[in-house]
Design a protein around this ligand. Structure first.
Ligand code: MSP
Length: 511
């Protein structure tokens, strides 16, 4: 049988900044979905990388007394190391300075130019260097950039233009015909009204600096950094040669996950570039919200940038992965605070999940010498407990496919809490007092450990190490976790040895 394909991407990160929790958040979300889809039997291509060209990078390198490539090499390592530390299982890492990317971008540029949708003209407008964006006079707020508020400069330069205006109606039609294309919904409306106001042709080359990919046949011009960067999603797949067949197999992308600040680039520029190149559009672009820190915008000048390495060293990988995706509905803004992180770890991980694991495994060891007794649903109550699993699994599948990570975690935790309540309600310690109820007690133990197995599979994409530890305790193969088929109730076989679990999530005392 042919495997189903799933292609998921993060934005490629600028190398003029070092990684912080905002970047980690996007990458983590993609990793969770990539892992989930793999567990559901999909062939997954998960791409991340770094955006290394442009004036911002050139300026940052100058300020550091190094070449742009030296800067890129250094910062790119920091991203790659952080992804390793956070247990990110990406398929590929693209750098825009790689030859495969530069060749691909030039070929795409030439192809669109040959079709007549790129032409040479003059540009005169207000330019915001930090945002690498031109604005018309009416866009400016008191002369400053409407996005970042910083001063803009008037620039007139010879420039190549992309005939974006030509694709206005086609883009509107596409967005209207594909309600799932831009998510969440509010973002879709925002884009639609922007496009309806009219699309201008887009300047896609610069002559004022040199750090970038030259326009083919006219190397006075450097290709605009967003034309360069967006194309990473297809050059990484080998477009246009497609020697390995990855483009054929994985394009169009299943989902581009991005932050809300780069929505327009992904839902207006990118789709129109693709239309001009005669390529299909991505199935979905999902824009998540922004993190503030203790109520304030994260910024170097406020010195409140939350550094993920430090968080992982202090609290562990899985708690951080869990917290970032549980705390805030994906799509909305959220606030990071140490006290809410500690609260989540203590209540959801130590109390709920940790307790379930330690109580259940301790009881099997106490009452059955660590050997799993056979399944036995003695009462209607037991059956009800069992029956909620298939229903919840179907709901969680929907939530994951909708990138509603926090809702999926809420659903998983309903199972965790229900299993803890099952212990309280069935009171195994009372059943253990009566020899005649031994089989019933065994059934309760089986149900608990089987619940723990399914919960282990479900938490795995979010907390891979925790999922693996749960499988180890249950004597299962921790390296080949799959939800395909194994999510059915009754996967554990009676007679296997169950380890008594050590506490997994020590409680944290706030300092
Ligand atoms: N290089 C471009 C993307 C090109 S994609 C073809 C870029 N890079 S970035 O490094 O500035 O940002 C990358 C991602 O990090 C964006 O999706 C952005 O939304 C996200 N975040 C940066 N700060 C953030 C927060 N404070 N909170 C959440 N995400 C944030 O843009």
């Amino acid at each position: 049988m042919n495997k189903k394909n799933f292609y998921i991407t993060t934005p490629i990160y600028y190398v003029n900044d070092v990684p912080h929790i905002g970047h980690a958040y996007t990458t983590l979300a993609c990793d969770v979905l990539a892992r989930y889809k793999r567990a559901r039997g999909y062939d997954v291509f998960f791409l991340t990388g770094t955006d290394e060209h442009g004036q911002k990078v050139e300026k940052a390198a100058q300020a550091n007394g190094e070449t742009p490539l030296e800067l890129a090499d250094r910062v790119m390592q920091r991203f790659a190391a952080l992804w390793k530390k956070l247990n990110i299982a990406n398929t590929d890492f693209i750098r825009t300075t790689q030859q495969r990317h530069k060749d691909g971008v030039q070929k795409i540029f030439s192809k669109i130019e040959a079709s007549g949708d790129i032409y040479l003209g003059y540009y005169e407008d207000w330019y915001c260097t930090p945002c690498e964006t031109f604005w018309t006079e009416t866009n400016l707020i008191e002369g400053c950039c409407p996005d970042c508020g910083r001063p803009t400069d008037k620039l007139k330069e010879e420039s190549y233009f992309f005939r974006m205006s030509k694709y206005q109606q086609q883009l509107i039609d596409h967005i209207e015909a594909h309600p799932e294309f831009i998510q969440p919904r509010s973002r879709r409306n925002e884009v639609l009204s922007f496009v309806r106001e009219g699309l201008r042709d887009l300047s896609i080359s610069r002559t004022s600096f040199s750090w970038g990919i030259p326009v083919p046949g006219n190397d006075k011009h450097i290709i605009y950094v967003w034309f360069d960067a967006l194309n990473n999603y297809i050059t990484a797949l080998g477009y246009p040669e497609d020697k390995d067949g990855n483009f054929e197999k994985f394009w169009p992308a299943s989902v581009h996950v991005i932050g809300k600040d780069i929505l327009r680039f992904h839902t207006v520029y990118w789709p129109t570039f693709l239309m001009a190149a005669g390529l299909p559009l991505p199935e979905k672009v999902f824009a998540h919200g922004w993190w503030t820190v203790e109520g304030k915008k994260m910024s170097k000048s406020l010195q409140n940038v939350v550094e993920p390495n430090m968080l992982v060293d202090k609290y562990g990988i899985d708690p951080i992965r869990y917290f970032l995706l549980r705390e805030v509905p994906f799509g909305l803004d959220g606030d990071f605070s140490h006290s809410s992180l500690i609260h989540r770890i203590n209540s959801d991980l130590a109390n709920d999940l940790g307790n379930l694991i330690s109580r259940s495994t301790a009881m099997v060891n106490k009452y059955f010498a660590g050997i799993l007794p056979p399944a036995y649903a003695a009462t209607e109550f037991d059956q009800k407990f069992i029956d909620q699993f298939p229903e919840k699994l179907a709901l969680i599948d929907q939530q994951m496919n909708g990138l509603a990570f926090n809702k999926a975690l809420v659903s998983i935790w309903e199972l965790v809490r229900s299993a803890n309540k099952y212990i309280d309600d069935t009171a195994p310690w009372a059943l253990a007092k009566d020899k005649e109820l031994h089989q019933q007690l065994g059934g309760v133990m089986y149900n608990l450990l089987e619940a723990m197995r399914i919960i282990g599979l479900l938490v795995s994409p979010f907390m891979p190490d925790t999922g693996a530890s749960i499988m180890e305790i249950l004597g299962q193969d921790k390296d080949n976790l799959t939800l395909d088929g194994q999510d059915q109730w009754g996967g554990l076989t009676a007679g296997i040895a169950i380890e008594k679990a050590k506490p997994m999530f020590p409680r944290i005392v706030e300092d």
